[in-house]
Design a protein around this ligand. Structure first.
Ligand SMILES: [Zn+2]
Length: 324
């Protein structure tokens, strides 16, 4: 059992990264290819299976299970894609079963932000607490909940969509069909849009001299004291604080972990998050909720998927033992 390993893959909008992970969370092998975005569902399944088989043959031994984290709403059984904005061809597909049939090993599917929350609780920032929320700031805003030390998936598997809490009732249209979702005000994509809005008529800002820029440029400008960039992160921080105030009032968590690429700007927005959250939430849950930066960074998703895969293999083993 000590040399057991699982495969864990993280399929984002850009890359499909497949890792072999041992019981202590160390990564013993890793591969990465671009996510096959425009391809048919069967080609996506084949890409995942091919990468897994290459990982297995390069290591020379078989994993005990496979955990896949994807940017999608996933059913509570960890089998079927309910909805995937990045890969809509997977909607309704029993993705875990398709992969399992081809590889001959148990496969479980997890929402990527829920996987990140599991990863942080296993080996990262929230490892010592029972109730935590993980919020990932990337192309979108993802969320995952840990309640009583276990992932909380809700009635049908979709719990934790922090990015679709409304923070502006008449705000920017969101891909989910609503308006004014947190995702439209705190994702890396939103940071760029907000910086553009604030920069109108502000020729003194470095950002307004750039034809095109990304969230990292807003961050760099902020570090240099650029007012447009600093006001952008103040606004982003306040919107996060509005959503977090609701979350701490409802869930009274020990900790909110912030991860994803946008967490890189932590020092430019976190004071505004804290101030807005404290100003709106009840005093006791606001004080109880530590704000922490992700410790696992972009490893949180696949490490969480690895933990779910170990749990799946262990529960199957226990069932076998109780039957024999
Ligand atoms: Zn939304």
């Amino acid at each position: 059992m000590s040399d057991d390993y699982v495969l864990a893959a993280d399929m984002g909008g850009t890359n499909l990264r497949t890792s072999a992970v041992s019981r202590d969370g160390s990564v013993v092998h890793q591969r990465q290819v671009p996510t096959p975005r425009g391809a048919e569902a069967s080609a996506v399944v084949t890409a995942i299976v091919d990468e897994a088989e290459l990982c297995i043959s390069e290591l020379g031994r078989r994993p005990i299970a496979f955990g896949l984290a994807a940017a999608a709403l996933v059913d509570s059984a960890g089998t079927r894609v309910l909805s995937s904005p990045n890969l809509p061809q997977l909607n309704g597909l029993s993705l875990a079963d398709k992969i399992s049939d081809r590889l001959g090993i148990a496969v479980t599917l997890e929402n990527d932000a829920t996987a990140a929350s599991i990863g942080e609780h296993w080996l990262g920032a929230s490892r010592d607490v029972d109730i935590s929320i993980c919020v990932t700031l990337g192309t979108g805003v993802g969320g995952g909940l840990i309640v009583g030390g276990r992932p909380f998936r809700g009635a049908s598997g979709t719990a934790g969509e922090v990015g679709h809490i409304c923070v502006e009732p008449d705000g920017v249209a969101c891909g989910c069909g609503s308006h004014g979702c947190l995702e439209q005000y705190a994702s890396a994509t939103a940071m760029v849009r907000i910086a553009r809005e604030i920069g109108v008529g502000r020729p003194g800002s470095k950002l307004t001299t750039l034809a095109d820029f990304a969230a990292v440029d807003v961050y760099d400008a902020g570090l240099g004291g650029d007012r447009v960039a600093l006001e952008t992160f103040e606004r982003v921080g306040r919107y996060l604080g509005i959503a977090f105030a609701g979350l701490v009032n409802v869930l009274n968590p020990h900790m909110i972990v912030i991860g994803g690429g946008g967490a890189g700007a932590w020092n430019l927005f976190i004071d505004h998050v804290r101030e807005e959250m404290s100003g709106r939430a009840f005093e006791h849950p606001a004080k109880a909720a530590a704000l922490a930066r992700s410790e696992l960074g972009n490893r949180a998703g696949f490490l969480g998927a690895a933990k779910v895969a170990f749990d799946l293999a262990d529960s199957a083993r226990e069932t076998d033992q109780s039957l024999s």
